[in-house]
Design a protein around this ligand. Structure first.
Ligand code: ZN
Length: 70
């Protein structure tokens, strides 16, 4: 496991421990399951790097937990 993966795992564990609502989606490149935070309202979009394969993808998370990747 790389440092980035470890950092990601710790971040997910921290948020889950605080009962923060999380959505999951599949990485478009390596198909690993990635956790992401759900916005309180509206939508949240960002470019992000997969913690598993380092590929870049564009992510949109809706407040209902829907995740769209392109
Ligand atoms: Zn990936």
């Amino acid at each position: 496991m790389t440092d980035k993966q470890l950092e990601y795992e710790e971040w997910v564990a921290r948020l889950l421990a605080k009962n923060v609502e999380m959505a999951t989606y599949e990485c478009p490149d390596c198909r690993e399951t990635i956790y992401t935070q759900i916005p309180d309202s509206g939508q949240y979009d960002s470019m992000c790097v997969c913690p598993f394969c380092n590929e870049l993808h564009f992510k949109v998370v809706e407040s209902d937990g829907t995740v769209r990747i392109s």
